[in-house]
Design a protein around this ligand. Sequence first.
Ligand code: DGJ
Length: 573
Amino acid sequence: MKKLIPIISVLIATTSLVAQNIAIPHLQKNGNATQLIVEGKPFLVLGGELHNSSTSGAAYMGPIWEQMKSKNLNTVIAPVYWELLEPQQGNFDYSLVDSMVYGARNANLHLVILWFGSWKNGYSMYAPGWVKSNTEKYTRAKNKNGESYQMLSALGSNAMKADANAFKMLMTHIRSIDEKYQTVITVQMENEMGLFYGPREYSDEASKAFNGKVPDDLMKYMLSNKGKLQPEIDSAWKANGYKGSGSWEEVFGKSSVSDNKNWQALSYLPEELFTSYHYAKYVGQVAAAGKEAYPIPMYVNAWIKQPGFGSPGRYPAGGPVPHTLDIWRSEAPAIDFISPDIYTTMNVAQYTMEQYHRAGNPLFVPEFKPGIQSANMAFWAYGQHDAICFSLFGIDESKPADDPITKTYAAIAQVQDLILSNQGKGTMAGIYLDSTNTHQSFKLNGYSIRATITGTSALELAYNPNAKKVMAAGGIIIATVPDEFIIVGTDFSLTFTPLKPDASRPLLDVEYTDEGNFVNGKWTATRRLNGDEGTGGGDYGFGFGNNKAALMRFQKPPNGDYSIVKFKIYRYK
Ligand code: DGJ
C-alpha cells in the first residue's frame, strides 16, 4: 500500500493541462501591457539564446540544459533546422526536436523555438539541400544584373509552400508531445530575414510588381487604419496626398537616400516597404500554416537599423524594423509581434527597445549581446518597458559563475510575480546607469526620483583594494502603497522628492529600509538597514542635511548579489 502513495502523487502531479482545460500558451492584454500566458498564468521569460549549432547535437546538448538552469534561466531559446527536420522532401526526422523538448522539460525549463527555415540572417543557409539545389523551382532573389543571390526570393511561392508544409509538420509534432506540458511557449519565425546588398529584389517579376500598384490588400488595410498607422508610414503617405491607389512611389514618395551619418533617417522607403510586403506575406503564410496545427504565439526578429547599418540592404531590407510594423500587421496577421536583436551601444539599445515597444507590440528581446552592461540593462527592459522576454545570445558560451546574467536572473526570479502584477499599470520603473549615463530621473508614486550610480566605497576599498570598478548598475523599483517601494539593484542610490510637497508636513525621512528576499512570492526581511547601513549616516556621510528629500542606498552583499529592499518614507514637520 505504501508504494502506491508515490505513484498516485506522481499521477496527480502530472495530470495534464489539457485534462484541466488550461489554454495553450497565448498573449493577453493587462492594462497597457501584453503578457505571455503559460500554464494559465502570466509568465516572464528570463531567457538565453543558444549558439546557432548547439541543438544540432542531442549529446552535445546533454549537459547544457542543466548549465542553463544554473544560470537561473527559465527559458532557453533554441533553433530547429529545416535541413535536419526534413532532409529529404517529405521525410521528417523529429529526433532532435524531441531531444530539445525533453531536455528542456527535464531541466524544468521552457523553450522558445527558432524556426530556421527559409532564412537565417538574410541567407537561406538552413533550407534543405533539395531546396537549395533546385533553383528553377525554389527561386533566388536577383540583383540588377539578373544574377542570383544565395537568398531565396521572398516572391517565390514554391519555397513558401515547402517551408509552410515543414513548419506545419513541426508544429503538429510539438503539439502532440507538448500541449500537455507547455514546455514550448513561443516560436520565432525564421531569423533576421531580409535582403542584403540593396533595398529590393530585381528579377523581372519583382520589378514588375514594384512598378505596379500597391496591392489591394495593403491599400485596404491602410485606408481602414488611416490615422492609426505607425507615424513613419502615415507621414510618408500623408506627404504624398493620402492616395487611395497608385504605385509604391506614388503612394509613399520617391525613393531617397540619406547620408550614412544620419542612420535614423528612412532611405529607400518605397522599395523597403515593397520588400517588407513580400517577406511579411511569405512568412505570414508559413506562420499561419503552423498556427493551424498549434496556435501558440509567433514572432519575427530583426537585424536592427543602427549606426553603420542605417539603410535597407545594409541591414536586411524587408526585415521587421519598427517603421514597417503596419506591413507585418496587414500581411502577416499570424505574426503576433516584432522583436529586436541588439548588439549595439547601451544608448542605441535603449532607443531601440523604445522603438519596438509600441502600442500593441510588446517588447520581447530574443538576442542581446552578453556582458556586464547587458546584465544590468535587463532590469531596465523588464521594469521600464514591461518586457515579456530578455535574452542574451550565445548563452551556452560561459559558465554560470562567470556570467553576470546569473545574478540578474536570480534577483528577477524573486520578484517576477510582483513585476508581472505591476506590468501595464505605471507603478514600476527600470533603472540603467553606467559611466556615460550616471543619472536617471523619473516620476513614480508621487515622487520625482533621481537614480545615481555609486562607486566603490572607501570602506570597501580599505578591506579589498582589488574591489572591481562599478561598470554598470541596473535595477527595478516598484511602488507598493503610498510612500513605500520594493527596490531591486545594487550600485546606485535614489533620491526621492515629492512631486507635491505637503505644506503641513514638508520634511521627509526614511521610516524603514528592510533588506530581504522573496521566497515563493512571500517577502521575508533579513536585516533592517539603519545607522551605518542606513542612509542617515555611517560611511555614507550624514544624509540628514537635505530633509526635503529621502535617500535610499543599497548595502552591497559580500557575494556580489543584487539586493532587494523594502523602503518606506514618512513626512513630518
Ligand atoms: C544575430 C543572429 O540572429 C544570431 O543567430 C547570431 O548569428 C548572432 N547574430 C551572432 O552574433
